[in-house]
Design a protein. Structure first.
Length: 218
């Protein structure tokens, strides 16, 4: 008889940590891809500075999401302490850059001021007729993208090691359950979103721990 293969959702509270690691890995990969796109666009003949910086900013946001606390398990600085001093310094710098430059408009990385044109001719000084904006700011460019790629690769290696350990731990839990328990699980059903969801934090769906009955099946 033909076999039947289904990919089911693991409905155990023990799976939540691994799901969080998968989410972190997704954010790291996404940030790295954004950096690569920034480098790619910077090499085009007609360079779009706004586009390149926008991609680097998006990469900064994605990278730092991995270290945020909330509904998922985030990384902490102590998790990446095995990195060398240069990598840790880069992490601290890009975290501060996201916190101060990207997230807040008042920061030491940019200055916005007002200018006026002072006209003079033949010793006669004319009244100012208009004012205009002036700005001096840090521009995020390919140097930041390349540095972020190196940092992300180092952090990703640490996350992968933690993820593999968690995969083996969860697999042992699943294998301790009766086979019928696993086969009774369903495919994952994505929830539908609406406009009100933008104001909410993601709520953990604490699935009840599946009871262990009978002998373990492997």
């Amino acid at each position: 008889m033909p076999g039947n293969i289904r990919v089911v959702e693991v409905k155990l509270t023990e799976a939540e940590t691994l799901a969080d690691f998968y989410g972190i890995l997704f954010d790291l990969d996404n940030a790295s891809q954004l950096c690569n796109r920034a480098i790619e666009f910077s090499q085009q003949k007609n360079q779009d500075y706004l586009l390149v910086e926008g991609l680097v900013v998006a990469a900064l946001v994605r990278y730092n999401r991995c270290f945020s606390s909330g509904s998922r398990r985030g990384l902490h600085r102590k998790d990446i302490e095995p990195l060398d001093e240069d990598a840790l310094a880069a992490h601290d710098y890009y975290k501060a850059l996201r916190d101060k430059f990207v997230a807040h408009s008042v920061n030491p990385f940019e200055e916005t001021y007002v200018t006026a044109t002072a006209r003079e001719r033949d010793g006669v000084r004319f009244p100012v007729e208009s004012v205009a904006p002036g700005q001096h700011r840090v521009v995020l460019w390919t140097g930041d993208a390349k540095a972020l790629i190196r940092l992300i690769a180092s952090v990703r290696a640490i996350v992968e090691r933690k993820l593999k350990i968690e995969e083996q731990r969860l697999l042992a839990v699943i294998r301790s359950l009766p086979v019928d328990t696993i086969h009774a699980w369903d495919l994952h059903q994505p929830r539908r979103f609406n406009a009100e969801d933008v104001y909410k934090s993601r709520a953990r769906s604490r699935a009840p721990k599946a009871p262990i009955r009978g002998r373990a099946h492997t």
